[in-house]
Design a protein around this ligand. Sequence first.
Ligand code: TXA
Ligand code: MG
Length: 313
Amino acid sequence: MKVSFDKAKELLIGGEIVALPTETVYGLAASLRHLRAIEKIFTLKGRPPSNPLIIHVGDAAQIFRYSTSFTDEIKAMAEAMWPGPLTLVLPIMAEKVPAMARAGLPTAAFRIPGHSQTLDLLKETGALVMPSANLSGRPSATCIEHVEEDFGLDLPIFDGGPCRKGVESTILCQKEGRWCIGRLGAFAPEDFIPYLGYAPAILEHKGIGTPLCPGQLFRHYAPKAELKLVKEVSADSEGAVIGFSDRAYPSKCRLITWGESDNPEKVAENLYSALRKLDAEGVDRAWVDVDFPQEGLWLTILERLKKAGQIQL
Ligand code: TXA
Ligand code: MG
């Protein structure tokens, strides 16, 4: 159910949940002040309580209320990359952030989203927790129709148009004094070099112990269809292919395109729509053309596909 800006504000301040647009994906928002609403977000999504939420704020000064850590490096990234698809995991004053939102961790994740209307809302509502607006494990939502697919027509949604970036924010965590990437996202590792002097290493969870970014433990982004990630779709293949509009595929295959092979921004923007299309069309198995460079934003696209396809290649 579409709601106006004023209605969204009233609902959020009153402890209700509203789906909001961001530049990355749609989020399911609840006020950080309303524990019941935060709890409802976990229930609605079917999200494990051990997977913490990102706290979204309207300006960096708000983060001082929760975290004492605001070093020169953080200031440099904040000034250059916020509002934008960056999430910083910072130590917090435990009594200031409900344990449920941070899954009991001594840190919390913060971000200032780059969507003008959602920023205006955040300035009126105060901090909002906002996980991606999809059922846990499913592809994220990049337009209101995707949100409706997962949560039905009764959920209040503020329509801010389709999301331009199409993949989630990059999450940075600190490990032994260095910044590391806890989740690849719309900013590539190299984008941080001007502010940190290095490209943060990508933290991979090898299955032992608890990862710094708990999201790594869970299944994500997956359509019902089984995905086969391939560098080449063999000539005798049949069925659906997610691939590039400037490439040729076997004649018996039906192409679901996400854009051209020299345009990772467009592919990222269309990624979740392409995955959701498989389910909408009842496809149970699809080839995915992953013959692209292993760098920059392509790395994020590949990581999402590997999780969606339960890792191959
Ligand atoms: O682009 C985005 O970040 C979107 C939009 C809506 O803002 N939000 C989003 O939220 O992707 P969600 O809940 O789908 O993913 C949040 C991720 C999870 O992987 C979670 O483990 C991680 O953030 N996270 C949250 N708090 C953390 C913390 N204290 N330490 C490490 N990771 C944390
Ligand atoms: Mg998510």
